[in-house]
Design a protein around this ligand. Sequence first.
Ligand SMILES: [Zn+2]
Length: 238
Amino acid sequence: MGGKMAKILSKEEWRKRRRRKKYAMLTLGVSLVMIILILLTVAVFWLFKGRLGGNVPENETLVKPLPGGATVQVDYLTPNPYSRPQLELKRVKSVVVHYTANPETSAKNNRSYFEGLAMKHTTYASSHYIIGLEGEIIQCLPLTEQSYASNNRNGDTISIECCHPDATGKFNEATYNALVNLTAGLCMEFNLKKEDIIRHYDVNGKKCPLYFVEHEDEWEAFKKKVMDTVKNSRDNTK
Ligand SMILES: [Zn+2]
């Protein structure tokens, strides 16, 4: 009799076990589907985010030649926390124009100043490009890295420092023309529009670049010239 009871019980046990197994499989299936759905959502989000965030720099330097035959000397700063922290530049939404606020200094002088900050340990500053008084352009940082130039916009901008002959901060013709051509080249590379060309002033109200802050009409004229240069370059390559 005891044996019979045991048989009946074990049948029930089996049924229970089968039911439990069924539920376990069902839970596993549902979990797998959920995980796949979450992964898909994350993947789609990242793709979309990349597209929304502007262009990711693919190259350390501009690949296409600059308009007007302008040339760039590449002379990267030594990696250091004060001027070349090697933070990744994930997107480029704007180009920020600056002035050195140090009349008569050359592009080379200003590059040396940035390089020297590694030893000084007091100031954080740098720029992707410096344009000198003869229109020479020095690139201090790869375009894939962030500069320390534009406060809370370092993470999505390329910075250009410009030298100037006197305290008015007005750029001479050589510097101005190089700035037009370099900015145009960056606009073409990163698909930027007129409103994406900004002053340091537009980031945090700092009077930089001084002359373009005090002469709004000249700033507008500069941006128009950049856009005309972009249009002419595109027409020429068609
Ligand atoms: Zn500035």
